[in-house]
Every structure is written in structure tokens, then in C-alpha cells.
Design a protein around this ligand. Structure first.
Ligand SMILES: O=C(O)CCC(=O)C(=O)O
Length: 261
């Protein structure tokens, strides 16, 4: 499969469940190249960190690296990186990956444009025995006031490693997108207010979505999803490319504005 739009059954799955899973999209050789680029980028960013300015917001610890135009997320107070966002402007290999037909073709079925472009990119590391949880959330609330039309942003998540229950695989709530925006938390700061208020949904049990390396999961902004900490000795790295129609601001524009203020 070179690129390939959604098949009829994938389209039905996307409408019904809010996500589509494609296995074996990237070969092990491709993953090796991409993973090397990720690790080199992280090593460079961390080596360059002169003055860490960490802010605990919601369930995350953010460190805005305005020189490079990325947000470094740390695992609490440790020196372990949870992830970075955005990154495409920092690495040719990872930027080229974003325009791969295997991501763009399905995106045409998820984003109202024949030429979807990036809104943001996340590299989530979930390191062995350190990688923290991603609380139950929809992407939509995080993007309100950031994306120009947050309901028109969709994501392709590439698994760089086999992801299992032990190393913190993604969990999803099939069909959750059909309810629109879910009730969010009101017991913390403005960032915590993006997370789903799980007390309001006591019967909801997210389903594990174990995936082999090279799998891509495509999902929209209203899919409720979460992942557990990595308690294993194995890496669980993933790239999340989020797309929108062209002509709208990118996350980098938001960070650059922060830099000026
Ligand atoms: O990496 C994961 O398991 C979850 C990623 C996610 O939901 C996010 O970064 O918004």
C-alpha cells in the first residue's frame, strides 16, 4: 500500500468508533531511521537546555524551549523527557515523514481538505519504567483557542515500538466522538480542565489498543483516549502528526507569539 484513502470499511469504522488502525504501515528499516532521528533530536534539545523553566500544569510538567520553538514535557521533576511538541521544523527526516502519502491519503478522509497540512506534532517517549500516564482526554479542548478550527484537526499516531499493556499502550473509548465534547475536570488549573472528568462517566472503561511497531492509528479530535505509565523495561515511543486544512496557524505560531509576549 503506497498511500491509500480509507476503504469503505475503514470509513465505517471511523464514523462508528472514531478511529482506524492500520498495521505494518512503516517497515522496520523506516522505523529505525525515524527512531534514530527522534533520539538525536531529543539528545540535542536536552544538551542545549541552559536554563530549565518548568511549569507544572494539569498532569504535565512543561518547559517552553522558545529558542527552538518547542515545548519540552518532562516526567515530573526528573531528567527524563516525556515528550516534545512541535518538532517537524527541527528535523528534516521527521518533517518529510509528515508528507508521506501513508499519512496524507487517509487524512483527506478525516480533514475537510485535499491538501491537509500540519497543525502540530508530538513525540511521546514513554521511557522504560519512567514514562508517565496520559490521562483520559479528547484532543479538542486542548486545541480550542490554539487551532483556528479545532474540530477540523485529526491525528495519525505512528508507533515506533511494539506497544502493549505493560509499556503503556493507547486505550480508546470507541464511539466516544459521537458525544461531542465530554465533561471536563473542574478541580484544578486551566490545563487540568482539558482532561475528562472521569467521575462523570463511571461506566466508561477505555479499551486497550495494543499495536505492533509500524502501526498507525488515525483518530479525530473528539476520540476519548488515555494511556497508562510504562512499567516495563521496554521503550514505547510514538509520533503524533495532527493535520488541518491549509492556511491556518500552526502550533509553532502560538509558541512564537509566546516568545514575543
Ligand atoms: O502517547 C500516548 O499514549 C497518548 C498520547 C496522547 O493522547 C497525547 O499526547 O495527546
Amino acid at each position: 500500500m503506497v498511500g491509500a484513502s480509507f476503504t469503505d470499511s475503514e470509513r465505517q469504522a471511523y464514523d462508528r468508533d472514531g478511529y482506524v488502525v492500520r498495521s505494518n504501515v512503516f517497515s522496520s528499516n523506516e522505523l529505525a531511521t525515524i527512531t534514530r532521528a527522534c533520539e538525536d533530536l531529543i539528545a540535542d534539545l536536552v544538551a542545549d537546555r541552559q536554563e530549565a523553566r518548568r511549569h507544572r500544569v494539569g498532569s504535565y510538567v512543561f518547559d517552553p524551549d522558545l529558542t527552538h520553538g518547542t515545548m519540552i514535557k518532562w516526567e515530573g521533576d526528573s531528567d527524563v523527557v516525556h515528550g516534545i511538541e512541535p518538532f517537524a521544523h527541527l528535523c528534516d527526516t521527521l518533517n518529510e515523514c509528515a508528507s508521506d502519502a501513508r499519512l496524507i491519503d487517509p487524512m483527506r478522509d478525516m480533514v475537510p481538505s485535499d491538501t491537509p497540512v500540519l497543525f502540530t506534532e508530538k513525540l511521546n517517549l514513554k521511557r522504560p519504567e519512567h514514562g508517565g500516564a496520559n490521562p483520559l482526554h479528547q484532543d479538542y479542548p486542548y486545541w480550542v483557542d490554539v487551532a483556528e478550527v479545532p474540530e477540523e484537526v485529526a491525528t495519525a499516531m505512528i508507533f515506533l515500538d511494539d506497544s502493549t499493556l505493560a509499556n503503556g499502550c493507547l486505550h480508546v473509548v470507541p464511539g466516544s466522538h459521537q458525544l461531542g465534547k465530554w465533561q471536563t475536570r473542574a478541580d484544578g488549573d486551566a490545563f487540568l480542565a482539558n482532561e475528562i472528568d472521569t467521575d462523570a462517566y463511571p461506566d466508561v472503561i477505555p479499551q486497550p489498543l495494543e499495536a505492533s511497531a509500524g502501526t498507525v492509528v488515525f483518530f479525530g479530535p473528539f476520540l476519548a483516549h488515555t494511556s497508562a505509565p510504562n512499567t516495563s523495561a521496554r521503550e514505547r515511543r510514538a509520533l503524533l502528526y495532527s493535520y488541518q486544512p491549509p492556511g491556518r496557524r500552526h502550533m509553532l505560531d502560538v509558541l512564537r507569539r509566546l516568545n514575543k509576549s
